[in-house]
Design a protein around this ligand. Structure first.
Ligand code: PSU
Ligand code: MN
Length: 299
């Protein structure tokens, strides 16, 4: 473990005693959802992980310290503050060296989880290849991280703000194992099926754990992306959400939003246009936290 990490006492105790841990990201709190839904969700996710027999470790950087496991007041601080940085792999040393506050994206949460020896991480959706990539070259660092860092990421796929077929192509190129959980199709976050077919599936938490163990024992780098579709009764159908996504994309173009700001901008616009989208988002992250805990217990 490196000198920049602080484990909470609960997480340290769990790691020392072989109690399974599930890590959770913080960008979803500070840049992914509005207050107070963000803090309610952050707390609910920790309770779900606990109810399923694991210790939750929400990860963020506070005053330059990599915190693995946050106090309630730290969660509240991330949820309320307006000037929290959004940290990916490239930003992590900057935030640490300059003693800044930042929320970790999927890429940075994977990295920090691995540094602490945590195998399983739950999120909502991962970043991916943006639509219009030919002009912008905007491809999330999350995809590259999945090819390097051995952590299981439980997600509901990626939103159709992204180009889903191109995202799956890049994952294939990078050698990332993408597993449909009880499905043959990649979900599109709000909807249970994006229409893009997957090559691999798992039907139990144990199967996911076995696959990860096999990958590690072969000495292969990188993680596993588990695509866990939102329950059909809770989904927003693709055609309903796609109309709002197109409005948000047009707005982003008009305002010349670029770089790191793109994903948070689109997420908040979609919820402005369709408030039910936030409920669906909360439900799918909760389901991912539950599945992640079951996978973590399978080791
Ligand atoms: N997808 C969501 N909600 C989010 C994110 C993705 O539905 O909050 C966050 C995650 O932290 C993810 C990051 O790692 O956005 C990706 O950002 P970018 O596209 O800038 O790589
Ligand atoms: Mn980007």
């Amino acid at each position: 473990m490196n000198e920049f990490i602080d484990l909470s006492s609960k997480v340290k105790d769990a790691i020392d005693n072989g109690i399974p841990v599930v890590s959770l990201e913080s960008t979803i709190i500070s840049h992914g959802m509005p207050y107070p839904k963000n803090i309610e969700t952050a707390r609910a996710l920790e309770r779900i992980v606990e109810k399923n027999g694991c210790v939750p470790a929400t990860i963020a950087v506070l005053n330059g310290r990599i915190k693995i496991g946050l106090k309630d007041e730290e969660l509240e601080f991330l949820a309320r503050s307006k000037d929290i940085l959004k940290l990916s792999r490239m930003d992590l040393p900057y935030a640490v060296a300059k003693k800044l506050n930042g929320a970790t994206t999927v890429a940075a949460t994977m990295l920090c989880s691995h540094m602490a020896g945590i195998k399983v991480f739950a999120t909502g959706g991962v970043g991916g290849v943006h639509r219009g990539v030919a002009e912008t070259f905007d491809i999330s660092a999350d995809l590259v991280e999945l090819s390097k860092t051995p952590v299981i990421v439980v997600s509901a796929g990626v939103k159709s703000i992204l180009d889903i077929p191109k995202t799956l192509e890049i994952l294939e190129t990078l050698g990332v194992t993408v597993l449909g959980y009880k499905t043959d199709y990649f979900p599109s976050f709000y909807s249970h099926n994006s229409g893009s077919k997957l090559y691999m599936r798992a039907d139990s938490p144990q199967e996911v754990a076995n696959l990860f163990n096999a990958k590690l024992k072969m000495g292969l780098s990188g993680g596993i992306l588990v695509a866990n579709p939102i329950e059909k009764s809770k989904e927003i159908p693709n055609d309903v959400i796609d109309e709002k996504i197109n409005l948000a994309l047009n707005e982003a173009k008009k305002l010349h939003i670029s770089g790191k700001a793109v994903t948070p901008f689109l997420l908040s616009k979609i919820v402005d246009y369709l408030p039910e989208a936030l409920e669906a988002n909360v439900e799918l992250v909760k389901a991912n936290a539950e599945l992640a805990a079951k996978i973590s217990k399978s080791f």
